[in-house]
Design a protein around this ligand. Sequence first.
Ligand code: HEM
Length: 469
Amino acid sequence: KHIGIPLWGCPIQASSLRPGEAPLINGWIPFLGEALNFRNDPTKFLLSLQQKYGDVFTVHLAGKYITFITNPLQFVYVTKTKKYLQFKELADQISTKNVHKAYQYLLGRPLDVLSDSMMGNLQGLFEKMCSQATDWEMGNMNKFCFSLMFEASFLTLYGKDPSAVDYNIVEAIGDKFNKFDASFSYLAANVPIELLGAAKSIRKELISVFLPENMSRWLGASEVVQFRKDLFDMYEGLSDRNKAGTHHFAFMWASVGNTIPATFWAMYYLLRHPEALAVVRDEIDHLLQSTGQERKPGNCIHLTREQLDNLVYLESAVNESFRFCSSSTNIRIASEDFILKLEGNQEVSLRKGDLVAIYPPILHMDPEVYEDPKKYKFDRYVEDGKKKSTFYKQGRKLKYFLMPFGSGISKCPGRFFAMNEIKLFLVLLLAYFDVEITEEKQVGQDKSRIGLGILLPDTDIAFRYKPRN
Ligand code: HEM
């Protein structure tokens, strides 16, 4: 069982497993292994293997041998084995440690600054909409979430280009981003970009946005972006294109690629569940009232971190939508041959280069952890009016019960900002507008991003909004 692309037609035979290695499921199609079954319905597929082989097994997926750990009580043994189970290193000479220093600017006081700035930017955009809408206005929900969240997040992180006076440059970047993003799952699956239509030229244009001469024009960039820019500028061996592409463009993708679909799902589920919407709206109205803020466009709404944090029903609703739509596989690579020790004296032998994976949807849909898991319950994460973080499996409290942001060393550094952004969007939307879905159809999940992050909606849906009285 070696990782990497095996010779065509020569998948590793289960008979060549070494003692202590997990059962191997090869599938009968050479090379693709079980990839097709996995792609069709990964949760069902992995659960069926779990029933047959137990909590730990290795699957041959499109040339890679991946050992899945499927019992959430075991996850902690994966994340705490940092020495042997590593997250990928950056490919160039900049050390991960230096890059990670930038993440302090996504916490504490800089996080407050970022959230305040996001609030101001979102408010500006919502107010523009309000001034244009007197009665019901129609819109498409995904497009709506994209345009507001992309523009506000971009301005918050990268600042403004003062030279673009009568032209919305951020909207133009957003359009390109959207087109590029449509090819993302193919690129992640290593399909050559040359085969993906205009993706190559669009990526080139997007990368140009982040060339040093362009970035230095933007005013009011956030501390996190400024720190990263200064850091990469110190590495003279890095070409400007490399800085712009590998680092700035990739960060931009990380900062909006998941947040925008997550915003869509949070809004969609709330509007589909009027009882949830009523409670969340009430919570927001109550907060605004108790802090003497009028929910009228033109009236600046300001929420401190503590106030945002205390919106427990709103947060629970966002988390409940994360439970449905997040599919980021947590992957680790064995840095040497070693024995992974798991719960209850269970041990698994791993070889250097082996991949180990946690696939969170199995946890998110586990009926033992979440009663009636297919049902949207907006207040699942609230207990006695406070945030709930006690979830159990086999009678034991789980450390990991919701994993949209990964785990351990590769856990998303932007998670607090992301949650604030989504909350701010919903606070302003519900404070300013009455909102309704106007189509019967149910939105499903686009499967092309399975394993890669927040799933995209498979279709857009019409809705309408009107300034509240
Ligand atoms: C709902 C929104 C978001 C979700 C679900 C999300 C999810 C994730 C996940 C799962 C990872 C780990 C990837 C892996 O293990 O391979 C990650 C990494 C990362 N995320 Fe997020 N993210 C979100 C928003 C953000 C935001 C707003 C930012 C920045 C402002 C951000 C910046 C990053 C960065 C820089 C990394 C790479 C970390 C590293 O160096 O290892 N993310 N994100």
